[in-house]
Design a protein around this ligand. Structure first.
Ligand code: ADP
Ligand code: MG
Length: 336
């Protein structure tokens, strides 16, 4: 069996902590577990890229963007992307952590990829090659640079970019928030992914006669991540527990039993709580939440003085607790 190396967190609902979790997970895998990790920012809003370069003293972002990377394929000049030409900057502070950065123009890719989605089933070799573009890119990057893992950040959309990028992953997690809207979103998400996988099977059946390779397109569902950060914002937990359980049921019935998932979901892989005012600080200094220390807390205080006493202690506890939850997600990835 092919080793699973390419992962994403997906929910077409926004604001469920996909980007935050992705960044922290990447830092954990690279710093605590010594893995070589590439982050790929496939969200045109590029929040991950901003977080990544937050501590760098630069006006122009270094490295090749995802849009620049894929353009030679969209424009038909390259059958697949030559990864040797790509510049993948490493993190200003964290070793072993790299990025294929985002690009605000990446939404222009939506048109090319949606053509590929609808026309790859025809005899158009160009569209078939574009259909393969993410999968080939991830594989070629892994081969070229020996990455242990690629973590892909997707936007809150169900368009062509997300459709093809998700199918090109080996595994995915679904982050959820415990509320009615998310329950609805997860039901819709299950149908969406099912439709994508079914359609993929029909599309790739047309590749071989053209001497083209295709890809499995069956990302393994690795479980839900309960992002109950709002649940702890000074309110009672009880109603949130209801939605947490409800969503887990939907995950089991609609995703685990109906999709080629191979994993059970008796509970959430991780349960992440509110870390309050330190979220913007982490974005400001570009460090993982679990790495924020006493001196970083000065950015969270009115008077610019570092936290002390109970406030600091309680923060340190939370940071550690957050690290423990991120460790569970990393564990799920590493243990296959
Ligand atoms: N556990 C948490 N506690 C507090 N705020 C959080 C937490 N996780 C994420 N946030 C904040 O919520 C917002 C949305 O998170 P983000 O990671 O951008 O979500 P997504 O990528 O799913 O849209 C961000 O401002 C982020 O700082
Ligand atoms: Mg995001």
């Amino acid at each position: 069996m092919k080793e699973r190396k390419v992962f994403t967190l997906y929910n077409h609902k926004g604001g469920v902590s996909k980007t935050t979790t992705n960044f922290n997970l990447a830092v954990f895998l690279s710093q605590r577990l010594n893995k070589k990790v590439l982050l790929v920012d496939a969200d045109p809003q590029s929040n991950l890229t901003e977080t990544f370069f937050a501590s760098a003293d630069t006006d122009t972002l270094p490295g090749t963007s995802i849009y620049e990377t894929l353009r030679p394929r969209f424009e038909g000049n390259a059958s697949r992307i030559d990864v040797k030409n790509l510049v993948l900057p490493d993190h200003p502070v964290y070793k072993n952590l790299y990025i294929l950065r985002g690009d605000w123009n990446f939404s222009l890719a939506e048109r090319f990829l949606s053509n590929a989605l609808s026309l790859a089933i025809t005899e158009s070799v160009h569209e078939k090659q574009t259909y393969n573009v993410f999968y080939n890119l991830f594989n070629d990057l892994i081969k070229e640079h020996n990455f242990d893992y690629i973590l892909l950040d997707l936007g809150p959309s169900s368009g062509a970019i997300t459709n093809l990028a998700l199918l090109s992953c080996d595994g995915y997690f679904i982050p959820v928030t415990p509320d009615r809207f998310c329950a609805q979103a997860v039901t819709a998400l299950a149908n969406l992914i099912k439709t994508w996988i079914e359609r993929h099977r029909k599309v790739i059946a047309t590749f071989e006669p053209f001497g083209l390779s295709s890809f499995p397109g069956e990302p393994v569902f690795y479980g839900g991540i309960s992002q109950n950060f709002k649940a702890y914002a000074g309110r009672t937990r009880k109603p949130y527990q209801y939605w947490e359980a409800e969503i887990l049921k939907i995950i089991r019935e609609k995703i685990v039993s109906e999709l080629p998932s191979q994993k059970t979901a008796s509970e959430y892989v991780a349960s992440i709580r509110d870390f309050g005012g330190l979220a913007p600080v982490s974005q400001l200094v570009g460090k993982a939440i679990f790495d924020l220390n006493k001196s970083d807390t000065q950015f969270a205080s009115e008077k610019g003085a570092a936290w002390q006493g109970v406030a600091l202690e309680s923060w340190m506890d939370r940071a550690e607790e957050y690290g423990n939850e991120i460790e569970k997600i990393a564990g799920a990835i590493i243990n296959g």
